[in-house]
Design a protein around this ligand. Structure first.
Ligand code: MN
Length: 325
């Protein structure tokens, strides 16, 4: 079944040998992060284990249909009353991505790191890392099978959600024959594919559309037309009434312009911090670019948090991307 049987066996042992787990994913969780958290919760329930699910950042509103998504605690607005010895991290390429949730790891915490990012640095005590997986939920699907569990419809919906969002609607190169086979099986469980596509990929809120309009009005390009970018600052967010999750997908617009090799989104967090999202049309490995600044991701989709004002950050990133064209 898997070439990495050893890692699956160790993950199984980790889940079975311990109890009272903290399940964490990355800051500002996306569809795969939220779904993976819930699937791990479901696996632990099947094993009769106790656990708490946390995150730094809210669950995207459009994902509130996911069963028990309301049980994932947002540690940017709430706190836990104790630390946890056994931690399961999902969809985090490195320890920093865990954010505030790591404040609740015991000093002698043991971490099971489950992820699909090729840049994952293996920060766990146990690591179940499958870079060929399209989403972390794909690994968790395999883990559920490995453990011999039959999926519930709600768990199938969560796995489908992670696959759908991380493959951009089954379009990215990561959409392997296996992904389609898994998706096909999930539909057999009664997952409503078209409804999820509509909700997660097509539907926009009015603030989201306003934000996109503002971003595209300021679209810029290098003279050779190979790099294109947009900048979003606080004023853009405020005037459009947008929230963080409304940023999702905007970076694809500059990347989708014919002839553009790399599309960038610069989100000003504060005077000193800029979050950079990168998308490649294929030639440039943006994970390597992000990694060279301390970030990470996938070959065609990556990101990094940078220190400095936005003008400075834009110059730095563009220079680095140019050197790889
Ligand atoms: Mn993912």
């Amino acid at each position: 079944m898997q070439t990495n049987e050893q890692e699956f066996r160790q993950a199984e042992q980790f889940l079975k040998d311990h109890d009272d787990f903290l399940v964490v994913s990355h800051v500002q969780p996306d569809g795969d992060a939220v779904s993976s958290t819930l699937v791990v919760g479901w696996l632990l329930s099947c094993l009769g284990k106790n656990y708490v699910m946390v995150n730094e950042g809210p669950i995207p509103q459009r994902m509130s249909y996911l069963l028990h998504s309301d049980r994932i605690m947002d540690l940017s607005v709430t706190t836990l009353d104790k630390s946890y010895k056994y931690v399961i991290s999902v969809d985090c390429a490195d320890f920093r991505r865990i954010g505030k949730s790591s404040d609740y790891f015991a000093a002698d915490a043991r971490i099971l790191n489950i992820d699909h990012h090729p840049t994952n640095d293996g920060f766990g005590n146990e690591n179940l890392i499958v870079p060929t997986a399209a989403a972390t939920v794909e690994i968790l699907y395999d883990l559920a099978k490995w453990l011999g569990f039959t999926l519930s419809k709600d768990t199938a919906t969560a796995i489908y959600t992670g696959l759908l969002t991380d493959t951009g609607g089954f379009r990215y190169a990561s959409t392997s024959p296996k992904v389609m086979a898994v998706a096909s099986e999930l539909l057999e469980y009664g997952v409503n594919g078209p409804e999820l596509s509509q909700l997660l990929l097509e539907q926009m809120t009015l603030p989201q559309l306003r934000l996109l309009t503002r971003a595209l009005n300021g679209l810029q390009m290098t003279d050779d037309g190979k790099i294109s970018w947009v900048i979003i600052n606080d004023e853009d967010m405020r005037k459009s009434g947008a929230i963080h999750e409304d940023l999702e997908g905007i970076v694809n617009y500059p990347r989708n312009i014919q002839g553009v090799e790399v599309g960038l989104l610069f989100k000003v967090i504060d005077e000193e911090t800029v979050k950079v999202s990168m998308r490649s049309a294929g030639t440039v490995d943006v994970a390597a670019v992000a990694q060279s600044f301390g970030g990470g991701g996938h070959v065609l989709a990556a990101g990094v948090r940078m220190q400095g004002n936005v003008e400075h950050v834009v110059v730095q990133i563009i220079e680095r991307v140019k050197s790889r064209l």
